[in-house]
Design a protein around this ligand. Sequence first.
Ligand code: T5A
Length: 211
Amino acid sequence: MRGRFITIEGTEGVGKTTNIEYIKQWLDTNHISFVSTREPGGTPLAEEIRELLLANREEKVCSKAELLMMFAGRAQHIDQVIEPQLAAGNWVLCDRFTDATYAYQGAGREMGNELIASLETMVHASMRPDLTLVLDVPVELGLERAGKRSEPDRFELEKTDFFNRVRNAYLSMAEQNPQRYKIIDASKTLEFVQQQIAYTLNNFLTTDHNG
Ligand code: T5A
């Protein structure tokens, strides 16, 4: 049976990295074989593209170049990791995927959805995540958490308005497709956030097996 594709999304510092560790434990406990990966990145080539994308530089990176680099890395990642793993029956747990492009490039950079939708079709046709957890926190809280953890990358230097557009885009995608997207209130204690995640994953597993 084909594996399941689970993605974790949200604005900066929402706790994706922290909670992915928890989800990996949940998968182990449920004896589900999986790989954990991320975007941008996930293969040696795509990780090099990630470095190009995140580096602070004097030259302004134009939005179309940024968008195409996101999809170049993604094409490689799908070809080398995501598709082969799903086809082999393993679950794929991915820190960000194309929803991040709709949120950051489409809404944050105000590029709109049309161009992204055509690249999405070109790169992964009708393949979509089976479940997307949207970790949601107010933008200021996420940036505060991220700021305590490390120096800002090129995206983290954006203004609050940019991240509010990103957050609203995620909430809007979740509202339009509540079957796939589950919003997790990540502003709460880590313990409560993980309870919400466990509840969502247990529901997904039950429904998936019944379906
Ligand atoms: N991007 C990506 C695009 O523009 N388009 C795309 O298509 C894609 C795929 C890199 C950047 O690329 C952009 C978006 C990003 O700007 P990334 O590596 O996922 O993507 O970058 P970040 O979102 O910055 O991810 P981070 O790893 O930096 O943040 P996390 O993983 O969300 O947060 P995490 O777990 O490191 O937590 C941050 C801090 O908060 C604490 C943690 O201990 C940590 O110190 N924390 C909590 N504290 C209190 N209560 C809780 N509940 C907490 N949860 C976490």
